[in-house]
Design a protein around this ligand. Structure first.
Ligand code: 5GP
Ligand code: ZN
Length: 113
């Protein structure tokens, strides 16, 4: 989708700090780091939200998520980690290309939650 910021990231039309990539999935650092290592995981096909995902897209995403979580754990050494996915404006979605937030947690006062 030509006016989608995440599609532009996929096609390297705007820069991002990529942390993982395979045929179907891309992960990159969120521009607003709510905690250190805050990462977004997206399918390479443009799907607006969870309601548009096919089983195959979901499988590809969730095959990649634990690998990405482990890489984040290794690099940033959090004590925990949240997966968050907002669907719809009322649920806090601001970019309408499906994405999963991986938010590393560092204990009390880490700035999130
Ligand atoms: P949402 O609120 O839709 O769940 O999350 C969208 C996320 O995308 C936000 O956390 C926001 O910081 C991030 N974001 C928006 N534009 C960009 C961008 O151009 N680059 C990166 N890396 N993240 C972005
Ligand atoms: Zn898109």
């Amino acid at each position: 989708m030509s006016d989608c910021v995440f599609c532009k990231i996929i096609h390297d039309e705007i820069p991002s700090a990529k942390v993982y990539e395979d045929e179907h999935v891309l992960a990159f650092m969120d521009i607003t780091q709510v905690t250190k290592g805050h990462t977004l995981v997206i399918p390479k096909v443009h799907k607006k939200d969870i309601f548009e995902l096919t089983p195959e897209i979901s499988r590809n995403l969730f095959e990649a998520v634990p690998k990405i979580a482990n890489a984040i754990k290794k690099q940033f050494q959090p004590v925990g980690l949240n997966l968050i996915n907002n669907n719809g404006e009322q649920a806090g979605q601001t970019v309408f290309h499906y994405h999963i937030h991986i938010i590393p947690r560092y204990g009390k006062g880490d700035g999130f939650g």
